[in-house]
Design a protein around this ligand. Structure first.
Ligand SMILES: Cc1cc2nc3c(=O)[nH]c(=O)nc-3n(C[C@H](O)[C@H](O)[C@H](O)COP(=O)(O)OP(=O)(O)OC[C@H]3O[C@@H](n4cnc5c(N)ncnc54)[C@H](O)[C@@H]3O)c2cc1C
Length: 396
């Protein structure tokens, strides 16, 4: 009697452990229970970036936003390799990493983006976006200013001139309104000058025109100075330098630079966009067979407001998991992530929801939206926390 050997389990490889990478791991495991799944990332860690805005004002301390990923990955039967991707041999179907070459039948690149720091002095300005440690530094500086009796705080964000959609503006509005609320609660708002500056007269256009007008009107109502339509030239110790020798005096500058693709993408021979991101088609496929990209690492076709957001990374990872499952089953993949911008601009005491899709663009303000943002953080982190807690109990 002859027995037919079952085909080997497909080898699925995910690079990155942010929103896109973890969602891809969860979805792929659900759709392909027998697959051999490996995730490669430099640290056994997930940082919940949307809540970094609450660290400077003390609503979050830092550690509660940092979670080990290996307990959840082992529940999902996903192997973890601690390494960074450094290149790709797509003819040989190998991801090059600092821990050696990893083979794949399908690869999901979810390693996020990088920052453009080309302006003079940009390395010295505080970037809350860079993670928990950077946000804690901002808290230290803010506390010092309060102790010193006040100061001037200037905030802004920029884009990538080669790829105008590569920006992160929402957290700057959140920092601005959050600081305003917090300083009022401390009873020291009158000791601080808050200034929002931007090269455009309509900053944050991706949220929609009415949202931008509403945000600017709110700044005016709350005594936040605005300097708009002035090109940024660089940063000095206590100054923001604008073109035409204008300056904004600042004791604490919070600036989020434009985004660009990561350096290692240049070693992949994948097609890259003008801003250096991995170019994707509508199904999140790259120029190499069976290589997909999700989240901030990619550049995608779609409306000009298509966000680089956690929510969008999740939608892309869902679609990619289904496309990989279809391709492995011999079906033509056809799952396109729907373009959607969903953002709560938080101000600690309330929030404004901005929702944009192909059909709708609306917003509304409510104090409950602050609690909704907190509830979403709890919901997103719950399985990471639960897996971490049971791993700790098991090892005790
Ligand atoms: C302050 C702040 C507030 C935000 N607020 C919101 C919000 O309210 N709503 C929202 O939807 N989005 C928000 N965002 C945006 C959101 O966090 C990002 O869009 C999202 O994290 C992108 O997910 P990603 O998986 O593509 O990349 P990332 O989350 O950046 O994850 C990248 C992963 O890849 C790993 N990695 C990096 N290089 C390599 C390499 N070479 N090899 C292997 N792994 C690598 C990293 O360690 C990390 O694990 C916010 C971001 C910030 C910073």
């Amino acid at each position: 009697m002859t027995t037919s050997a079952s085909p080997p389990a497909p080898r699925l490889l995910i690079a990155g452990a942010g929103f896109g990478g973890l969602t891809a791991a969860r979805r792929l495991r659900k759709l392909l229970p027998g697959a051999e799944i490996t995730l490669v990332a430099p640290q056994d860690e997930f940082q919940y970036l949307p809540s970094l805005i609450w660290i400077p004002t003390g609503l979050r301390q830092g550690p509660e936003l940092r979670h080990r990923i290996t307990p959840m990955l082992s529940r999902l039967r996903v192997r973890y390799v601690q390494a960074a991707a450094t290149g790709l041999d797509h003819a040989g179907r190998l991801l090059r990493t600092t821990a050696g070459d990893l083979p794949y039948d399908a690869l999901v690149i979810a390693t996020g983006g990088a920052w453009l720091k080309s302006l003079p002095g940009a390395k010295g300005v505080h970037g809350v976006c860079e993670g928990i440690d950077a946000a804690l530094q901002v808290r230290g500086r803010l506390q010092q200013l309060v102790k010193d009796g006040g100061g001037r705080i200037a905030l802004s964000f920029a884009t990538n001139p080669k790829e105008p959609g590569a920006l992160r503006g929402g957290p700057v509005f959140e920092m601005l309104f959050g600081l305003d609320t917090w300083l009022r609660r401390q009873g020291v708002r009158d000791k601080f000058e808050l200034t929002f500056f931007h090269a455009s007269t309509m900053p944050g256009q991706r949220l929609g025109e009415s949202a931008v007008k509403m945000l600017l009107a709110r700044m005016q109502r709350q005594g936040i100075h605005t300097v708009l339509g002035k090109k940024l030239a660089g940063f000095e110790d206590q100054n923001v330098q604008l073109d035409a020798n204008e300056t904004i005096a600042s004791d604490l500058t919070l600036f989020i630079p434009g985004m660009r693709g990561q350096d290692w993408f240049a070693n992949t021979s994948l097609e890259l966009s003008a801003g250096g991101f991995i170019q994707a088609d509508a199904l999140c496929r790259t120029s190499a067979p069976d290589v997909y990209v999700v989240g901030d690492a990619g550049s995608y076709p779609g409306p000009d407001w298509l966000p680089k957001q956690a929510h969008m990374a999740d939608l892309q990872a869902h679609a990619v998991a289904r496309n990989i499952a279809d391709a492995l089953r011999g079906r033509a993949p056809n799952h396109k992530p729907r373009p959607e911008l969903v953002c709560i601009v938080d101000s600690i005491d309330s929030g404004v929801l901005v929702w944009r899709s192909r059909q709708y663009n609306f917003m509304f303000a409510s104090r409950w939206l602050h609690h909704a943002k907190r509830a979403f953080e709890w919901y997103y982190l719950r399985d990471l926390r639960a897996a971490e807690a049971s791993a700790m109990t098991a090892s005790a």
